[in-house]
Design a protein around this ligand. Structure first.
Ligand code: PXL
Length: 277
């Protein structure tokens, strides 16, 4: 990968991006993954923590939700003072937290792009969202989103479409777009039958296809977070959604190539690939 985002000059305030997401004690996914990608791309990452997970490479043992006023307060404090050029959401845990974020975001009226990664479960299948909160993702958050980035499991939960081929991927994109986001990215990385990783982007009119190699690694913890974070960083720099998605996909592909084992379970994608020998 040769082209990255422009870096700030020495001592110059960088572009700012906020992640509204959960903490992963294992350091592989969640806000830790987002901040790593932001740092490696030369943007200043700000954080609104929604929940603290207790997890390692083997699984998520539980999580603690952050009080609603603290979730809202983090977002407002950052936007009011530091200012951001884009934001993304990850693990949101509950319908109350989602409603709080939606209300806060609407009130701030930042006008900046919002990427919603509708995280429902960890790669181990451990829940990161109460099932009752699915509807809040659909009704509260999707209408505010510039881009939503579900994987195929999340597609099934959100719109009850089983994506098995290009036609059902288009059907899923249409159903998701009807929920109100400006753009939908149906990620094909979990299409196990395919040797490729075809992602489909849709704005309600036109389909854009993004082909990339499927990187066969057992270590892909944090891949979805990293894609959404890199895409948000590119949007913050003023790229169009198709350009930003193309960039995010190239970025996560390189992070997947450099993924490493950690602990006894699944290791994380590696946003530090540019530093490696
Ligand atoms: O990769 C999805 C994800 C997001 N956020 C947190 C997580 C995970 C997966 O485990 O733990 C906090």
């Amino acid at each position: 990968m040769t082209e990255f985002l422009p870096l700030p000059a020495f001592g110059q305030t960088p572009t700012r991006v906020m992640t509204i997401a959960g903490s992963d004690s294992g350091g592989g996914a969640g806000i830790q993954a987002d901040m790593r990608t932001f740092a490696m791309l030369g943007v200043h990452g700000c954080v609104a923590v929604t929940a603290v997970t207790v997890q390692n490479s083997v699984g998520v043992k539980g999580f603690h939700e952050i009080p609603l006023d603290v979730v809202a307060g983090q977002i407002t404090a950052v936007v009011d003072d530091i200012g951001i050029q884009a934001a993304k959401t990850g693990m949101l845990a509950s319908s109350e937290i989602i409603a709080t974020i939606a209300e806060t975001w609407r009130g701030l009226d930042t006008g900046v792009p919002l990427v919603v990664d509708p995280v429902c479960a960890s790669m181990h299948g451990d829940p990161l969202l109460h099932p009752s909160a699915l509807n809040s993702i659909r009704t509260e958050l999707f209408p505010l989103a510039t881009l939503v980035t579900p994987n195929l499991d999340e597609v099934r939960l959100l719109v009850d479409v089983e994506v098995v081929d290009a036609a059902s991927q288009r059907e899923a994109a249409r159903a998701l777009h009807a929920l109100g986001p400006q753009w939908v990215l149906v990620k094909g990385g979990h299409l196990r039958s395919s040797g490729a990783s075809p992602d489909l982007l849709f704005d309600g009119t036109e389909f854009h296809e993004f082909d990339g190699p499927r990187i066969d690694t057992g270590h892909d913890h944090g891949a979805g977070d990293t894609l959404a974070a890199a895409t948000a960083a590119a949007l913050a720099h003023g790229h169009t959604v198709p350009e930003a998605v193309a960039f995010g996909k190239r970025w996560v592909t390189e992070c997947l190539r450099a993924a490493y084992p950690l602990g006894h379970g699944h290791g994380p994608v590696n946003a530090l690939f540019r530093l490696l020998q």
